[in-house]
Ligand binder design. Structure first.
Ligand code: ZN
Length: 186
């Protein structure tokens, strides 16, 4: 089970977290903890590939940083090329001589999809170059089911999120911490 891989690698954290959206949550997924182990990355991405089935695509594109390793591993398993988009002066862009041809079918990759924000930014770059996005693929689906493209994920993870004012953990007197800002017990 992919969820077991998240747990045993310490990618799935429990605690009281301040998310970049400003909301508080009782857990956090740090996919880098899975991807640092190539053999676990292979299994997790293999699960996505299994779900993709016969979906046709020509190239895999991941937004840096989160999507890069997933894109590479997914491309490796499916025999496609893998490129990435990255920020330059705050704007997602194609660099390093990477190209997307007009009409090319593109699979977008992410480690975790929550709101889809960075996937959408990557999609805009792809579409600006005339590419056709066929789907988004991610290790973890944290979305509330409102992603505007087909989403293929190795595992769905549901965490409780709260507005600060309604956060039960705050009410209990604990303080929300930013994920990664200090050592947290899994
Ligand atoms: Zn809180």
């Amino acid at each position: 089970m992919i969820i077991d891989i998240l747990k045993e690698t310490g990618a799935l954290l429990q605690g009281h977290f301040l998310l970049s959206s400003g909301k508080h949550s009782d857990g956090y997924v740090q996919c880098a903890q899975v991807l640092m182990h190539p053999e676990k990355a292979e299994i997790a991405v293999g699960k996505i590939v299994e779900k993709l089935g016969n979906l046709e695509f020509d190239i895999v594109v991941g937004p840096a940083m989160g999507g890069v390793i997933v894109s590479y591993e997914l491309a490796r398993q499916t025999g496609k090329p893998s490129i990435f988009v990255e920020r330059e002066d705050g704007e997602m862009t194609l660099r390093r001589g990477f190209k997307i041809e007009k009409g090319q079918k593109v699979l977008i990759t992410e480690d975790v999809v929550t709101t889809g924000k960075s996937a959408y930014e990557a999609i805009k770059v792809v579409e600006d170059h005339g590419g056709i996005v066929v789907a988004i693929a991610s290790i973890v689906n944290r979305s509330s089911g409102d992603i505007k493209y087909p989403l293929y994920s190795a595992v769905k993870v549901d965490l409780n999120t709260y507005e600060k004012e309604n956060c039960p953990m705050c009410k209990d007197g604990s303080k929300a911490i930013k994920p990664g800002s200090r050592k947290i017990k899994a």
